[in-house]
Design a protein around this ligand. Structure first.
Ligand SMILES: [Cu+2]
Length: 136
């Protein structure tokens, strides 16, 4: 009954193949498919600087509407001043794809912006750290 054993073997491998496709399919919606971007990488240093952020789908290159973006930290660690931090205040934006924050950037230089995005339809959030330049 070698034939039956062979058929069973084929059925097993076909089954594994389908399971693999199912797992890959389930992973296609992943926070890693997205990227958090600064609309402007350079802003004016001083009080009331406006920082604009968007969430982009990497493959379609389209901005995602109605994502929830939180600023966890904003500090000058890229310039060796981790102690120099700034508070951010979320602003009302009339564009659902652009998130605005107001911050007082005490000095020009490089600031690190730690962000967390909650993506509609995704169970896990996306965390990222972006480099923001403040100019005089
Ligand atoms: Cu500083």
């Amino acid at each position: 009954m070698e034939n039956t054993a062979l058929q069973r073997g084929i059925r097993f491998f076909v089954g594994v193949g389908f399971a693999f496709v199912a797992v890959v399919g389930a992973c296609s919606a992943d926070p890693r498919d997205y990227r958090i971007e600064l609309v402007e990488k350079t802003v004016k240093a001083g009080t009331g600087a406006i920082i604009r952020i968007r969430l982009v789908n990497i493959s379609s290159k389209k901005s995602v509407a109605d994502a929830d973006i939180l600023v966890n930290a904003l500090d000058m660690s890229p310039d060796g001043m981790a102690d120099m931090s700034a508070k951010t205040v979320p602003m009302q934006s009339n564009n659902s794809e652009v998130h605005e924050f107001k911050a007082d950037l005490a000095m020009p230089g490089r600031w690190a912006l730690s962000l967390e995005a909650t993506i509609p339809g995704e169970s896990t959030s996306l965390r990222d750290k972006l480099l923001l330049r403040a100019q005089r």
